[in-house]
Design a protein around this ligand. Sequence first.
Ligand code: ZN
Length: 243
Amino acid sequence: MAGELYRDVGVVLRTYKLRESDRIVVLMTADNGKVRAVAKGVRKTKSKFGARLEPMSHVRLQLYRGRELDIVTQAESVEPLAPMLSTLDRASQGMAAIEAVDQLGLEREPNPQLYRMAVGVLRTIAERPAPLNVPAFYWKLLRAEGLEPQLDACVRCGEGPPETELVAFDLNEGGVQCRACRTGGSVSPGALAIMRDIFGGRLHQALALDESPLTHEVGSLATRALEHHIERRLKAVAMFERH
Ligand SMILES: [Zn+2]
């Protein structure tokens, strides 16, 4: 309800300027979904929030619930994630991860799993900027949305190895295809093996890989699959709103 104070924990997804010294902070919280809140005076050098509300910060908050925007009244750091993500490779991975969270999170619609996944991926990236951190995270987000790709048999005819080679991946159909049924883009056996590791409980194996053409292939497929899902969801929302 508007007017009440509440507490929550969250990850800062992005911030943008509002008026002279204030900022709007967009957070993925544990209990309140995505929250947009005003942090007053945050752009002054002596702000009481200091650097605690930078993107990728993990914070414990007290907020005042407004009709449109909430107001941050207190913020303290849960753990120093943002400084650990300050090197260039970590920062770019962290930003890619929270951008996806921002696109999937819905305002004021609780999604504790998405909050936990956001914290988890930032910790993983802080530990080691492995080339497959972000792609594996995208695939896990898609799985959390109920969209685990079919990787072991052709989505059209059901055939698979060893008799039938799987050569393509169709984003619309959400899985692999054999040569005869193929409508999607090429996928290599090596990339498929990595994806099976990611979905099959062998994530650590995938995250141990150094950068290679295969990690690039898995990464670009993950990006396209996530974009495809987000686009489709936006279209569905637009359609829903027209009626
Ligand atoms: Zn087939």
